[in-house]
Design a protein around this ligand. Structure first.
Ligand code: NAP
Length: 496
């Protein structure tokens, strides 16, 4: 076997990459490099810095279990605090020194003779590694909407995922395309600044009230001094999030009525926040709760009550150099166009780079030719020594940290066994992969995705075949237990 440059290459310096590195370092791996195309760590929380950016999952839950942060200023922490947290965790666990920034990975190929991954990076360099972990998340490739005339727009264009700090929005005529989780956070902030804002909505969102509580300094002090107090708060936020996922979404067959109640609560909230009946109607989703990512905000609906904010639902026909024309022929003249049009989840992230495994198997092509599948959400047959951390059926619960920590557990068990056997390669068996895939697809049959009315949701959780293979449709507890106890014989370990 040729000597590889690295024991492990991790692609992505977000929380997924940081978590994977921590898990490996706990096992004694030090020859690790984490590659990221950005100029600093934090992934989505480094890149996104639009006004209003905050987590929409309570912060005690939206953090590593092993690294509680007593410093969150609010129950739903603002985005910059997440970036700070990423930096602090990376520094505390000595992960930053493994990071190499401004490095775009183009693809990776398994070399059977040397049992190494050959990883191609921008500029023609090829790095070699024994193990490869793709920790690129689901939401890293912004989608450019295919709206006729977009490129002809002569005013200023701002992607929310690439916020332009230098642009002065004051008194401008602005248009926002998109009403997903990002837009729900940006719109109320933008509405305070611009002269006029037209929001182009294609599909309304389920928006719930937000328990947006500040965490005063004495409480933060208590969390720092007596961590059990913050654990207690986390217990409440964990259980609430879990109920939302488990009952409203995964156990829809049995708990349909609870899902209906969630819709009633959202309707009451809309009624209280939006006085104009027509606008309220236009903001009402026609699909079931949970088909698409629901969100929380106390300001979003209210923004549509402001004189300078207009909701446009006629559909965009095309864009002209100075404005947007709707399907019914009306034109709105604008200075600045904001795109909160989401991410290219399927083509851009599954997988995020070209990965060629054993016998020349191309991961992206194989997934498309067969079905999106990955054992325990991370391993794929014919891809030895490779884990894909944002793969099919990997997303556990509403907090991304639950997913990352499940994978850290998988890494601990898998690499621990590799070391125990003094092996150099691992590969999941086809039988184990099929068993897991069958279990996931059986469970999804009970979910809102399969039984609910999702036809009008246009949810990115569905792929072009109408399948929903992003989430692991189990409770968090089940997922954690599975990662701690999966049969080790589900892998073939070898020594090259
Ligand atoms: P998104 O949910 O995919 O929303 C994209 C929006 O753009 C949708 O309203 C979509 O309409 C619209 N759109 C796309 N192409 C369009 C076109 N050609 N014409 C008209 N409208 C178009 O993206 P996002 O808001 O960025 O959120 C993505 C995910 O990021 C969320 O689901 C969430 O997981 C995450 N996020 C998390 C937080 C947090 O606090 N943790 C905050 C923000 C985002 P349709 O719905 O009709 O397609």
């Amino acid at each position: 076997m040729n000597e590889a440059q690295y024991d492990v290459i991790i692609v992505g310096a977000g929380f997924g990459g940081i978590g994977s590195a921590i898990a490996l370092k706990r096992l004694g791996f030090e020859n690790i490099v984490i590659l990221d195309r950005e100029d600093d760590l934090g992934g989505t929380w480094h890149v996104n810095r639009y006004p209003g950016l905050a987590v929409d999952v309570p912060s005690p839950t939206f953090s590593f279990w092993f690294e509680p942060n007593p410093n969150w200023s609010k129950l739903y922490a603002p985005g910059p605090e997440l970036k700070r947290y990423a930096v602090d965790v990376a520094d505390k666990y000595d992960v930053r020194r493994h990071m190499r920034f401004n490095t775009t990975v183009n693809g990776a190929r398994w070399d059977e003779d040397s049992s190494t991954w050959q990883v191609a990076v921008d500029g023609g360099e090829t790095l070699t590694t024994r193990f490869l972990i793709c920790a690129t998340g689901f939401l890293s490739q912004p989608a450019k909407p295919d709206i006729p005339g977009l490129d002809s727009f002569a005013g200023h264009i701002v992607y929310t995922s690439r916020w332009d700090d230098d642009y002065d929005f004051a008194s401008k005529r602005a248009a926002m395309i998109g009403t997903g989780s990002t837009a729900v956070q940006v719109i109320p902030e933008l509405a305070k600044e611009v002269g006029d804002l037209t929001v182009y909505q294609r599909t309304p969102m389920w928006v719930m009230p937000k328990l947006d509580l500040p965490i005063p300094a004495p409480v933060r002090g208590l969390f720092a001094k007596v961590p059990a107090t913050q654990r207690a708060v986390r217990w409440v936020t964990d259980v609430t999030q879990e109920m939302l996922m488990l009952i409203a979404m995964w156990k829809y067959r049995r708990f349909r009525s609870l899902n209906e109640n969630a819709k009633k609560l959202a309707a009451l909230f809309r009624f209280l926040q939006v006085r104009d009946r027509g606008v309220r109607q236009a903001l009402t989703p026609t699909y079931d709760y949970g088909c698409k990512r629901p969100t929380v905000s106390n300001q979003y609906y209210r923004a549509f009550g402001q004189d300078n904010v207009h909701l446009e639902t006629a559909g965009i026909d095309h864009i002209e150099p100075d404005g947007i024309v709707t399907r019914d022929g009306r034109k709105t003249t604008i200075d600045v166009l904001l795109l909160a049009t989401g991410y290219d989840v399927w083509e851009g992230n599954l997988p995020a780079i070209e990965v060629i495994g054993r016998d020349g198997r191309n991961l992206g092509k194989w997934w498309r030719d067969t079905a999106f599948q990955a054992y325990e959400g991370v391993s794929i047959p014919y891809f030895p020594n490779f884990l894909n951390s944002a793969g099919p059926y990997s997303w556990v619960g509403l907090s991304w940290f639950t997913t990352v920590e499940c994978q850290m557990r998988h890494i601990a068990r898998l690499f621990g066994e590799l070391q125990r056997r003094d092996a150099t390669t691992f590969e999941v068996t086809e039988a184990a992969n099929t068993r897991f895939f069958d279990d996931m697809t059986t469970r999804i049959a009970d979910s809102v995705f399969a039984l609910g009315n999702c036809a009008t949701s246009r949810s990115y959780w569905f792929n072009s075949k109408g399948e929903t293979p992003l989430f692991r449709p189990t409770s968090v507890n089940e997922a954690v237990t599975a990662q701690d106890s999966f049969p080790l014989d589900d892998y073939v370990f070898d020594r090259t």
